[in-house]
Design a binder for this molecule. Structure first.
Ligand SMILES: [Zn+2]
Length: 383
């Protein structure tokens, strides 16, 4: 049979765009229950986790979800990072680690950031190191930083952490020079510390829930999860914060950018779920066709990781925590009401919240009353 398809390169541009759009829209959310699930191992070892507000970004909803109405806006794009403290029962000081670093105080001097700065409103806040200082956590006590991925809103400013803080990045992350560029730091900042590239082949991984996890302390209290799709090397982390009953927080970075892209209709608190595609930045409409793009480098893979996280979230004792989940910010006492936006950081009652690890806390997080948090309520307040 002779293929009737014409090479996209030879097609009129609008046809090629239509084809790319059709491809993006042909990819779909997957059934979370189709994901293999291996029970998460129980155990006594636990960590304490603090969710920290690492800045705020105000952006239009359309860049995250295909199908949102024109002018609809994310109430505000919170940017969380996390302090993980591994607790020991032999009197030792906790071992401290960070998951992501949030935004950089003062912003970046990179063209991509300058473009975003013009189109969004960004308040990067004080930066991870200063916030930790105000929590009486010396930066020297941070043993390692797990980088969920290397985008500007997650890399903070590594120069503010001494070389004694190792950096842990996921499989497939760009080489050291590329990483220095993405993190906007001199190469020396990486060369003077241990940068651990996790490897799917050389490191030990085991099935934990729906994910492949690297058991960091060897006792099940912290699994670094391989969570591909958003960008090469994208990681998540599963932290046990209580042993009986066992309670877990899944720090999911940018597995999805909005909670509506994660939560299943099977979950009663969800009202809708849209595509993780959006009209391409600055692209012109051609013959009535708007080119689409995705936040995710590999959208098909991203949907698989979203389904895995969604399946985990449907467990009673697991809470999935997306880096930009403003519903979680409200749950934790932020000010996400009308008029929020960059001011939310200033108005927020707390700069960080300790995820206590009690069943009550977990139930509170998981019961985000999504039905009463409609975008429309906030959409005009930010214009
Ligand atoms: Zn992000």
């Amino acid at each position: 049979m002779c293929p009737t398809d014409t090479s996209p390169a030879l097609l009129p541009k609008s046809d090629a765009v239509e084809r790319q759009n059709a491809h993006l829209l042909s990819l779909r959310h997957l059934d979370p229950f189709s994901m293999k699930f291996v029970p998460i191992p129980a155990g006594e070892a636990v960590c304490r986790v603090h969710a920290i507000r690492g800045g705020v970004m105000d952006a239009s909803l359309g860049i995250f979800e295909h199908g949102s109405k024109e002018g609809e806006r994310v109430p505000y794009g919170i940017d969380f990072f996390f302090l993980i403290e591994k607790l020991w029962n032999d009197g030792r000081e906790p071992t401290r680690m960070l998951f992501d670093l949030g935004l950089r105080a003062g912003g970046f001097d990179k063209p991509a950031y300058k473009y975003i700065e013009k189109t969004w409103t960004i308040d990067p806040g004080r930066g991870a190191a200063k916030i930790l200082e105000s929590m009486n956590i010396p930066v020297e006590s941070i043993r390692a930083i797990i980088l969920g991925h290397n985008h500007f809103d997650h890399v903070g400013d590594l120069r503010t952490f001494p070389p004694t803080a190792d950096l842990i990045v996921g499989p497939g992350t760009t080489d050291l020079a590329g990483l220095a560029n993405e993190m906007d730091v001199p190469l020396k900042t990486l060369e003077e510390r241990t940068v651990k590239y996790l490897s799917r082949e050389r490191d030990k991984w085991k099935d934990v829930g729906t994910f492949r996890g690297h058991d960091y302390f060897g006792d099940g209290s912290l699994f670094i999860l391989d969570a591909p799709g958003h960008v090469p090397g994208h990681l998540a982390a599963l932290v046990r914060t209580s042993s009986s009953p066992p309670i877990y927080h899944l720090l999911a970075s940018d597995t999805a950018h909005q909670i509506t892209l994660l939560r299943s209709p099977k979950n009663p608190s969800t009202t809708r779920k849209r595509y993780a595609a959006y009209p391409k930045f600055g692209a012109e409409e051609r013959d009535g066709v708007v080119p689409l793009d995705s936040m995710h480098n590999n959208l098909e893979e991203a949907y698989r990781t979203i389904a895995k996280a969604e399946r985990m979230d449907l467990e009673d004792n697991v809470n999935v925590f997306l880096a930009h989940d403003w519903t979680m910010d409200i749950t934790l006492g932020g000010n996400g009401g009308p008029g929020a936006g960059p001011r939310a950081r200033v108005l927020a009652k707390k700069e960080y919240v300790t995820l206590e690890g009690t069943k009550e806390e977990l139930d509170r997080f998981k019961s985000r009353d999504w039905q009463h948090m409609k975008y429309e309520v906030y959409s005009t307040a930010l214009q």
